[in-house]
Design a protein around this ligand. Structure first.
Ligand code: ADP
Ligand code: MG
Length: 362
């Protein structure tokens, strides 16, 4: 029989909550660290330390009491990881995936260095450098802050020089990217275990609304060849960049070409479908990976459409009709606010077009 383990998690949002739910199923206990007393992870974690991420007393306690430590968001300061290591914490994913994913230029440079295609890009720090970069790349482009952006925040569409002049430039780094005129956005959740096993989950086709993920359709409606290529690229990225743990990678598909867009070293919203449509969820595999267990083959049990439930859906959610093929997951956040991810629905069944219709009529 396997000995019970204790998992430490930096961050206490919905990803931590679902990770704790998986841990509970495996007979493990958890402790989350999150300064927000209402963070939804509290509903599923054995313990919640309501302290800042840099709180040394909490970090030491986590090192002392847990078998393994992980994170649920990429903006953990790297000094926190160093402090955990210095204090004997077992944090197998380490700093590297955070270092890369916390900065869009670092991330894209690392990936293109190993031969994975990205949109053309230039580093930009002010209006002058932006104008020169726009000349090199040619319009249309998209300007993004290098750090701290999510759900389309910190981004500007640039069609002409005038658009650059409208940006309120701050004393930070930006990336100017050539727009990819893609046919589809897809993502792949790849996981590398500390024992060296690598598994990929089926590719999801992603639809965004106002820069926020709205739906993920699985299997993605692209050729098998593209699906296999995306899986191969994802495996290549974790192996060549020496990344352990889960990595959610977003790509653009244009003709037969695959462009890397961005990656996050944690469970990914676009892989929430795995909770009801795969033999193992991304959270199960995340845990097995950091615990050094062997990783089972991942199988898609049913086609699925995942729909995000947002704060503005509070009335609709009251009326939703559930059945054995419609699975609702609510995160337990205290306030239903616009543009806030409150939960998701997995519509499972054989007919993808029918599932999309059901999701659209939610
Ligand atoms: P975020 O961290 O906000 O998710 P992304 O880089 O994924 O930032 O950008 C958000 C969305 O903007 C993408 O899902 C895509 O729809 C669009 N986008 C981003 N970069 C490009 C690009 N180079 N070309 C075309 N569309 C893009
Ligand atoms: Mg994105």
């Amino acid at each position: 029989m396997k000995k019970s383990k204790k998992i430490g998690i930096l961050g206490g949002g919905q990803l931590a909550k679902m990770l704790c739910d998986s841990a509970k199923h495996m007979g493990y206990t958890t402790v989350i660290l999150d300064p927000n007393p209402d963070s939804c992870g509290r509903l599923s974690s054995t313990e919640h330390l309501v302290q800042k991420y840099v709180d040394k007393v909490s970090l030491k306690k986590i090192c002392k009491e847990t078998d393994v430590i992980t994170y649920e968001f990429e903006n953990i300061p790297s000094e926190v990881i160093r402090y955990l290591k210095e204090n004997g914490g077992n944090i197998p994913q380490g700093e590297k995936p955070l270092f890369l994913s916390q900065h869009r230029i670092r991330e894209k440079s690392a990936v293109s260095k190993i031969g994975v295609r990205t949109a053309d890009f230039e580093k930009v720090v002010n209006l002058e450098t932006a104008k020169s970069a726009l000349k090199i790349l040619g319009a249309p482009c998209i300007l993004k802050t290098c750090s701290g952006g999510y759900d389309g925040k910190g981004q500007w569409k640039i069609l002409e020089i005038k658009d650059l002049e409208c940006v309120r430039w701050r004393n930070i780094e930006y990336i100017l990217e050539k727009m990819v005129d893609f046919e589809m956005e897809v993502s792949c959740l790849v996981v590398r275990g500390t024992n060296g096993d690598v598994v990929t989950f089926p590719i999801g086709e992603n639809e965004h609304k106002n820069g926020i993920l709205n739906k993920t359709i699985v299997p993605a409606r692209v050729s098998e060849e593209i699906q296999n290529k995306v899986r191969e690229l994802s495996e290549k990225i974790v192996k060549k960049l020496d990344i352990y743990g889960p990595l959610g990678i977003e790509y653009f598909i244009k003709n037969e070409n695959i462009y890397f867009n961005e990656m996050a070293p944690r469970p990914h919203n676009s892989a929430h479908y795995t909770m009801d449509a795969c033999n193992y969820s991304q959270f199960d595999i995340h845990l097995l990976a950091i615990l050094g267990e062997s990783l089972p083959e991942i199988k898609l049990i049913t086609p699925v459409v995942m729909l995000n439930v947002m704060g503005e859906d509070s009335k609709k959610i009251e009326k939703i009709k559930l059945d054995e093929e419609t699975k609702l997951h609510i995160y337990g956040k205290t306030e239903w606010k616009k543009d806030r991810k409150m939960g998701h629905i997995n519509y499972c069944g054989q007919n993808i077009e029918g599932l999309i219709k059901r999701a659209n009529s939610f």
